[in-house]
Structure formats: structure tokens, C-alpha cells
Design a protein around this ligand. Structure first.
Ligand SMILES: Nc1ncnc2c1ncn2[C@@H]1O[C@H](COP(=O)(O)OP(=O)(O)OP(=O)(O)O)[C@@H](O)[C@H]1O
Length: 292
């Protein structure tokens, strides 16, 4: 049984004159599973995660498809119904821990808001749970951190706080949106291990958005590769890493893990592969026009 089942999801950008940004995306996520959404900038990763979180900008319009989460289509709920689910059953680990935290409020209030407001816990219980959560994410001296303001913490500490906040509500699904991009390499590894440990402990499903196939190899059970808002390849990570089928995936794996940084890539993706991908997108669009 899927926890989340996205079917044939298409979207256009009204900002760019109706340009397609998602083209018939389908994906399934089982309870307790970690799925990686990978692709270069503009591939549609954030659009998919924003659709799931009910955070789509007004200029992005869903034209087709559904996103069934625990039996309900997230795309057809009222904003009131959606607010009950997001921030509670579905939570976010954001990309930039500095901007995600309010600089003017202590960690305690930011970590316990949801517990008090959405779970109806008393301040004392929420504080106790907050301290436990900080211990779970291996923060030393949680009492001090509860009293601190975000600027008093390092980037890695702030990201640990946000991970604690995402798991505080015991969500069924956590969306991790490039959560290690803003951190240096050694901290990145610790944060990845922590997310994996927290999801395993809580039995939570995770959608992990990333540019980096190296990250996918480390933490994702399955992977969906996107290009131009279209699913290019999807399957079990181990299988795809060993036997990639699509030439684009083959080229990305040959290019090295940081394929979004051509300066660091071992071998760039050949232009002929992009030409093939553009032809696939055009052919999808022609079919859409034909079938309406
Ligand atoms: N607010 C918006 N309104 C309309 N179109 C948008 C908006 N934000 C992004 N888009 C378009 O949606 C497409 C997909 O962008 P999206 O952010 O989902 O890609 P991404 O794979 O997450 O990229 P990145 O890794 O850079 O975040 C892009 O072509 C982009 O121009």
C-alpha cells in the first residue's frame, strides 16, 4: 500500500506563458520508504514537493493528475483541510536553516509551536518533548540550545533543530528539500546520517530532493530522475546505480556524483543526450495536444 501516490501530474507556469513544468509525473511512496527526487535545476523537483506540501505558488497551475496521500487527494482539498495535514502529517526540512528559522525568536518557541498549537500540548509537556527531540538529534546541552536564538548556533546545529522540528509532529511524510546544500561537506555527511536514522526510528517516509546522485546512493531506497518535468528513470537505487537504463542516467553516473557542477564533473553529459531528452519532451507535448 502506498502512503503517497502521485499520478500523471502535469503543471504549467503562468509566469512563463503556460510553459509546461511537470509532464505526467507518477511516483509511489510506501510507508517508511526514502525516495530521492533528482535532476538538474529546473527539472521540477521543488514543484513536486511544493504540490505535496500545499505550497505551490499562484503562478504554477496544475493541469492534470492527482496526489493521493493516505486516501485523500492533496490537490483537491480546500486550503483549510490541507492546513490540517501539512505541518502535521507532512512536514518539511528546508534547504537553508538560516532563513527557515525566525531570527527574533528563541529555539524553544520555534520547536514547540506545532506541539502546542497543533497537538494541544501544555507548555511544560511541549518543552519536555522539545528537550527529548534535541537529544534525539544529538544536540549537546539542549537546555542552552532551547534558550538560544538562531544566530547563536552553527549552520549544522540549526539544521539539527529543523530536523527535530520536522519529526516533532510524528509526521507520516517528511519532505527534505536539499537539506545539506548550505552546509560544508563534513557536516553534510552527519546530517544525512541523522535524517536516515530519524526516519528509520520513527518509520517515516521521506521525499529527498537533491541534485546529487552521491547523496541518493547514501540515503535513498528508490530514486526518480527528472528532466524538464518528466520522469526519465525510476526504480530501486541499488539497481539503477548498477544498471542504469536511460542514456541520461548512464551519463550522469559516468560524470560523477556532482553532475550539477560541470566544473567538478569527470565527464560532462554529451549534448546528443540533451538533444534526445528535448525530443522526448516535445513528443510528450505533441501527445498531450492530440489527446487534450
Ligand atoms: N513561482 C513560479 N511560478 C512559475 N513558474 C515557476 C515558479 N518557480 C519555478 N517555476 C518554473 O518551474 C520549473 C521547475 O522549477 P523547480 O523549481 O520545480 O525545479 P527544481 O528541479 O526544483 O530546480 P532547483 O534545483 O533549481 O530548485 C522551472 O522551469 C521554473 O522556471
Amino acid at each position: 500500500m502506498s502512503l503517497l501516490s502521485i499520478r500523471n501530474l502535469s503543471a504549467v507556469s503562468d509566469r512563463d506563458g503556460g510553459t509546461p513544468i511537470l509532464r505526467g509525473v507518477s511516483l509511489d511512496l510506501a510507508p517508511g520508504e526514502v525516495i530521492g527526487l533528482v535532476g538538474e535545476s529546473g527539472a521540477g523537483k521543488s514543484t513536486i514537493s511544493k504540490a505535496v506540501l500545499g505550497m505551490l505558488p499562484r503562478t504554477v497551475r496544475i493541469t492534470k493528475g492527482s496526489a493521493i496521500f493516505s486516501g485523500r487527494d492533496l490537490l483537491s482539498l480546500s486550503s483549510r483541510e490541507l492546513r490540517k495535514i501539512t505541518g502535521s502529517e507532512i512536514t518539511l526540512i528546508p534547504q537553508d536553516p538560516m532563513t527557515a528559522l525566525n531570527p527574533g525568536r528563541r529555539i524553544e518557541s520555534q520547536l514547540t509551536d506545532g506541539l502546542r498549537l497543533k497537538r494541544g500540548m501544555s507548555s511544560t509537556d511541549a518543552r519536555r518533548r522539545g528537550l527529548e527531540l534535541l537529544e534525539e538529534v544529538h544536540i549537546r546541552d539542549p537546555e542552552r540550545v532551547m534558550r538560544a536564538y538562531p544566530h547563536e548556533l552553527s549552520g549544522g546545529m540549526r539544521q539539527r533543530v529543523l530536523i527535530a522540528a520536522a519529526f516533532a509532529m510524528d509526521p507520516k511524510l517528511v519532505v527534505a528539500d536539499e537539506p545539506t546544500t548550505a552546509l560544508d561537506v563534513t557536516v553534510q555527511k552527519q546530517i544525512l546520517r541523522l535524517i536516515r536514522a530519524m526516519q528509520a526510528k520513527h518509520g517515516t517516509s521521506v521525499i529527498f530532493v537533491t541534485h546529487d546522485l552521491g547523496v541518493v546512493a547514501q540515503i535513498c531506497d528508490r530514486v526518480t530522475l527528472l528532466y524538464g518535468g518528466m520522469v526519465v528513470e525510476a526504480g530501486a537505487t541499488a539497481e539503477i546505480m548498477e544498471r542504469p537504463r536511460h542514456p541520461y542516467m548512464q551519463a550522469l553516473l559516468a560524470a560523477g556524483p556532482r553532475y550539477d557542477r560541470p566544473d567538478r564533473a569527470l565527464a560532462p553529459v554529451p549534448e546528443s543526450i540533451f538533444a534526445g531528452l528535448r525530443e522526448e519532451l516535445a513528443s510528450f507535448d505533441r501527445e498531450e495536444v492530440r489527446h487534450g
